[in-house]
Design a protein around this ligand. Sequence first.
Ligand code: HEC
Length: 160
Amino acid sequence: MKKFKKILIALVILFLILQIPFFQPTKNFTEAEPVNDITTVYDVPKDIQNNLHSACYDCHSNYTKDYPWYSNIQPVSWWLDKHIVEAKKELNFSEFANYSAKRKAKKFKEIAEEMEEKTMPLPSYTLMHKHARLSDAAIKDMIDWARKMYVQVKADSTAF
Ligand code: HEC
């Protein structure tokens, strides 16, 4: 019992130390203008834009808006930060204009696939963020849009 108490106290101390701001990952937000946003190269319909913003941009852009209160608590903040870093590596709507035509096409294809399989937005995210739960109609619109964009980028490009 004594040992158990010691371990518990050690864990509490560790937890408290982790709350020091030094251990907080930097927040994913920049004051810079989104000059390479997808909307600077493509005419994204307004409703699609809105849905991308409410369901995807928290992870797939340089502008995470909706940090929940628990995002300041360790180790949750690391866990959230890992998602954002990995999500941006795969697809960053704020950097979309910089992608090669081949990568752009690939990303549109993947968006349609992920939405079709309902693997995006991450279920752990929609559980906590109501604004990210898209209706079936909105999901279908996004799939149709991504498919159309895939065909358009391929047709426009001689790169592949
Ligand atoms: C909570 C964070 C989060 C949100 C919100 C989110 N994603 Fe993701 N997304 C990720 C992570 C993490 C990865 C990389 C790992 C993986 O594929 O699971 C990813 C990967 C992807 C990929 C690449 C998949 C592949 O084939 O490699 C696409 C495309 C994608 N997301 C589209 C979307 C779209 C579209 C939305 C909005 C409808 C969205 N995501 C919302 C976290 C998120």
